[in-house]
Design a protein around this ligand. Structure first.
Ligand SMILES: [Zn+2]
Length: 131
């Protein structure tokens, strides 16, 4: 459960309150020490770092591409597997096949040629599209 830090403008104490995100929208926090409603929200770095938003923000394609060798199908396959894992989505059998074949060392061009349905959809798993 996320916690929110406040500074009480009435008694000057630092207050930590717990709300769910849903509760927070309609919450009218009171200071537990003096019951004042004059609470100033403090940003909690710890809470921010654990939030869902922060986790998604850390999905920076550029930093994820760092260390990927585009000329190495295995490296590319590993990258694509990591991406799909981070997104938590099942990207389908075709995606799995492409990743498996990349990881076994096939070049993206060869895979594309042997899987015409990929080209038909206007999609391409060539390295150009990853960037
Ligand atoms: Zn207070």
């Amino acid at each position: 459960m996320p916690n929110y830090d406040y500074h009480c403008l009435n008694c000057g104490k630092r207050v930590r309150l717990f709300f769910t995100y849903a509760q927070y929208d309609s919450a009218e926090p009171n200071c537990p020490h003096c019951s004042s409603e004059k609470l100033k929200r403090l940003i909690s770095r710890v809470a921010l770092a654990k939030s869902e938003d922060a986790r998604l923000d850390s999905l920076d394609p550029e930093s994820m591409l760092a260390g990927v060798d585009e000329d190495d199908p295995r490296s590319l396959g590993k990258f694509m597997r990591n991406m799909s894992g981070e997104m938590g989505e099942d990207l389908g059998d075709e995606f799995d096949e492409v990743v498996n074949r990349l990881e076994s060392g096939e070049s993206p061009e060869d895979i594309e040629k042997s899987m015409p349905e990929l080209a038909d959809e206007g999609g391409s798993f060539g390295s150009d599209d990853l960037i």
